[in-house]
Design a binder for this molecule. Structure first.
Ligand SMILES: C[S@@+](CC[C@H](N)C(=O)[O-])C[C@H]1O[C@@H](n2cnc3c(N)ncnc32)[C@H](O)[C@@H]1O
Length: 291
């Protein structure tokens, strides 16, 4: 019993090896004073792969067994999120961006024969368990209801990506427990968009139909994703070093359409790329657009 409770030893050298490996593969920067974080999060991974400790974990990383890197990624990433998190960006989306996007859709429809090419494309860059894209989908649905604005749900598409396969699996199911469903949603929206299944709530097919989830590691190039009219890259850049942040923002810049807008998390900014992005304050939210 006493043996089981004893935590595994992590030497300074092993910590540095793991910190550097995580930085190289996931991009996430683990501060030098966060040894406890590596211990706390990787011990269960070590146990589940039947390894003897941190020393063996460092050894096997040279030729990692199938699934090990995925489990390290799941353990290391922080997936905090909620419906309508921070409210401000969603108010701006509702009050300003939706009508801008409608103009864009109508302009495209007038120029194109196919309705498909007129679609507005939105990207939630690190979507965790899916509350962020589903919150946008709810606002789009409410805006399109009764079709008074001349656009419908099919005129919008949301791509939602994350590196962590566990959160993506939950997002794809659109399945939330009692705590998650009550963070950011009122009774009206819970009733309108979810069905209860035992102790969980499942998002309806209408919202699911405009959201596509995909695994993506932001440290790799993502230019092949194509263009977007709105990009939400919220509460993920904070985990990276400056070089990685700039690499990600430069690629985002290339993917943003000429009229497009970028929204970052409230403690994030464009890290010196001011010659590329101009900022516009709407209420308390900062929108970044191309110069
Ligand atoms: C704190 S959550 C933010 C969720 C949501 N955007 C929000 O603001 O509520 C950060 C997400 O970034 C993801 N992430 C971390 N490193 C990543 C990487 N290299 N590539 C893609 N996603 C990553 C994590 O898995 C996590 O789900």
């Amino acid at each position: 019993m006493i043996e089981e409770l004893k935590s595994m030893e992590l030497s300074k050298e092993e910590f540095i090896k793991l910190r550097d490996y995580i930085h190289k593969t996931i991009g996430v920067l683990v501060d030098n004073d966060k040894e406890y974080l590596i211990k706390q999060r990787l011990e269960p991974v070590i146990k589940s792969f039947n390894l003897s400790g941190f020393s063996e974990l460092c050894d096997v990383l040279k030729f990692p067994p199938i699934g090990l890197i995925e489990q390290i990624t799941i353990a290391i990433t922080t997936n905090e999120t909620s419906f309508f998190r921070d409210k401000g960006p969603f108010d701006v989306f509702n009050k300003v961006l939706l009508s801008d996007l409608t103009k864009l859709i109508n302009e495209r429809k007038s120029k194109l024969f196919s309705r498909k090419g007129a679609k507005v494309k939105i990207w939630c860059v690190a979507s965790s368990t899916g509350q962020e894209p589903y919150s946008l989908a709810m606002l789009i649905n409410e805006y399109c209801e009764n079709n008074i604005n001349g656009v419908s749900l099919e005129d919008f598409s949301i791509l939602a990506t994350d590196i962590n396969t566990t959160v993506l699996a939950q997002a794809i199911k659109g399945k939330y427990n009692a705590i998650e469903i009550n963070r950011g949603l009122d009774a009206y929206r819970i009733e309108k968009y979810f069905r209860q299944e035992n102790n969980d709530w499942i998002v309806n097919e209408k919202l699911q139909s405009i959201v596509e989830f995909r695994r993506l590691n932001l440290t790799n190039s993502f230019l092949s994703l194509g263009g977007f009219d709105l990009i939400l890259c919220r509460n993920v850049l904070i985990y990276f070093d400056d070089k990685t942040k700039i690499k990600i923002l430069e690629e985002i810049y290339q993917l943003l359409s000429a009229e497009g807008a970028l929204i970052l998390g409230s403690s994030e900014n464009v890290y010196g790329l001011n010659e590329k992005f101009k900022s516009q304050h709407i209420e308390k939210t900062l929108l970044y657009k191309k110069h």
